[in-house]
Design a protein around this ligand. Structure first.
Ligand code: GAR
Length: 200
């Protein structure tokens, strides 16, 4: 049984999608071992508790990035976590944490990387005028929104779209794409060549 730890900062809809996929066997032989948030009031924390998933809150205030990450890593290790999934976790991770869980951290980002990394990706896409956007699940390395790409999906940008409309269209894809990416990584049916993830 593979154990998944999920880091959130807010709503947690991707976390819920993963929890649902685990429950229904779309991510086989896995369980959500722990949900961690740096924000005490994150709505996703309450949802996780309702599902009976263990939670841990550790505010990033008043400690260095690495101190914060070491506290999270201790909890993840204690929970026996094999894979860390960032799901709307809105903080950079320290190089220490990334090395500690090398090739075992996934992130979801609401654009087709390498376009529009960083904050407000959907707004960036709309303002740039692209006709398609989407989402990317990638392994986390020490550069922001940068590591090897596991899965991507695209959606059209439609005339009259607001940031909210585009974000909602992308979010629906995020949930499916994240499930597929986690299932692939946990299956081990891939290898990495440079930046490329080759499915077996
Ligand atoms: C999602 O759109 C996710 O891709 C994005 O935050 C949202 C979290 O929603 N993440 C980033 O922008 C990270 N750079 P959720 O809390 O409902 O999963």
């Amino acid at each position: 049984m593979k154990r998944i730890g999920i880091l959130i900062s807010g709503r947690g809809s991707n976390m819920l999608a993963l929890a649902d996929a685990v429950k229904h066997g779309r991510i086989p032989n896995a369980e959500i071992a722990l949900v961690i948030s740096n924000i005490e009031t994150a709505a996703g924390l309450e949802r996780a508790r309702e599902l009976g998933i263990p939670t841990f809150v550790h505010s990033h205030k008043g400690c260095t990035r690495e101190e914060h990450d070491r506290a999270m890593a201790a909890e993840l290790r204690q929970a026996g976590v094999d894979l860390v999934c960032l799901a709307g976790y809105m903080r950079l991770l320290s190089p220490w944490f990334i090395r500690e869980f090398e090739h075992r951290i996934l992130n979801i980002h609401p654009s087709v990387l390498p376009s529009f990394p960083g904050l407000d990706a959907q707004k960036q896409a709309l303002e740039y005028g692209v006709k398609f956007s989407g989402c990317t699940v990638h392994l986390v390395d020490e550069e922001l929104d940068h590591g090897p790409i596991v899965k991507q999906s695209v959606v059209p940008v439609l005339p009259g779209d607001t940031t909210e409309m585009l974000s909602a269209r992308i979010l629906a894809e995020e949930h499916q794409t994240y499930i597929e990416a986690v299932a692939l990584i946990l299956s081990g049916q891939f290898h990495i060549e440079g930046r490329r993830i080759i499915e077996s």
